[in-house]
Write a protein that binds this ligand. Structure first.
Ligand code: URA
Length: 272
């Protein structure tokens, strides 16, 4: 049916939606920040926020101004205190040491079966994940689900998925070193609590961060590494693979992704 809208009005609407998706609204926040008052101590900060997917975005408060070193200390303490995955989720939702939290709509913690033997770690939530509060629910998540299904894996049954960042970087920009460092104690504790038999790192940023290497994803993908951390009894085999968002942009690389999925499948047949 033909629309009665003035074409210039609908063009303007599309442009506005695009700008919002790119994060243009995120330079401003819901409430002004008073930068001249002493921030309250982190422990007395905002009470536990209702983080249901429809909850309003929290207004920025003092702890947003804490120094990165304070944030890192706080992250190590609160991640270490988490005795189970629910504790950890609450600790992440209450954490105020990563400024991304204040521009995000939701905290994106994890999805899937937390008793799964396969744990996937991606990079950061995008616009759809931020809206729904779940990882990999947009176009790349749909491709990821299809890829996993080809080797008998699904988040409903035997896969658990999270990211190295729990909040969307505005405009989907790459995460900064400080943002990654702030979230890393929670990511490490997450792995310790899930204790997967196998880890899969999706894309270069996750793989380089988790393996602490500067090698690019094209060198890392399809090869097994040992992921070690202090809190783990034994190291966990880890496989970097190409990120589904990259495969959407470069479909010719799906051949390599298919090879990597077969590598994962044969490991699962041996290990599990
Ligand atoms: N890309 C990621 O790395 N993680 C998500 O959750 C979504 C897209």
């Amino acid at each position: 049916m033909a629309s009665n809208k003035d074409p210039s009005e609908s063009d303007a609407l599309v442009a506005l939606q695009w700008l919002n998706a790119m994060g243009a609204d995120e330079v401003t926040l819901d409430a002004p920040v008073e930068r001249f008052v002493e921030p309250p101590p982190v422990s007395e900060a905002t009470p536990i926020l209702n983080k249901s997917p429809t909850a309003p975005r929290p207004a920025p408060v003092g702890p947003m101004q804490i120094a990165p070193s304070e944030g890192a200390k706080d992250a190590i303490e609160s991640a270490g205190a988490a005795k189970n995955i629910m504790d950890l989720k609450i600790a992440v939702e209450n954490f105020e040491g990563c400024a991304l939290k204040f521009t995000a709509t939701n905290t994106v913690f994890a999805d899937g079966n937390d008793e799964a033997e396969v744990m996937l770690i991606g990079e950061a939530p995008g616009v759809d994940e931020d809206r729904l509060g779940l990882p990999f629910v947009g176009a790349s998540g749909q491709l990821l689900d299809k890829m996993l299904a080809t080797i008998g894996l699904s988040r409903a049954e035997n896969v658990y998925i999270s990211n190295i960042l729990f909040w969307r970087p505005p405009g989907n920009r790459s995460p900064t070193t400080a943002e990654i460092a702030a979230c890393m104690p929670f990511v490490q504790r997450h792995i310790e609590l899930v204790k997967p038999k196998v880890l899969v790192f999706l894309g270069g940023t996750a793989a380089k961060t988790m393996l602490d290497t500067t090698d690019g994803i094209m060198r890392l993908r399809g090869r097994w590494f040992n992921y070690d951390a202090e809190g783990l009894e034994t190291s966990i085999p880890a496989l970097p693979i190409l990120h589904p968002a990259f495969l959407l942009r470069q479909p010719a690389q799906k051949q390599e992704a298919w090879r990597d999925l077969l590598t994962l499948k044969s490991k699962l047949l041996d290990e599990i």
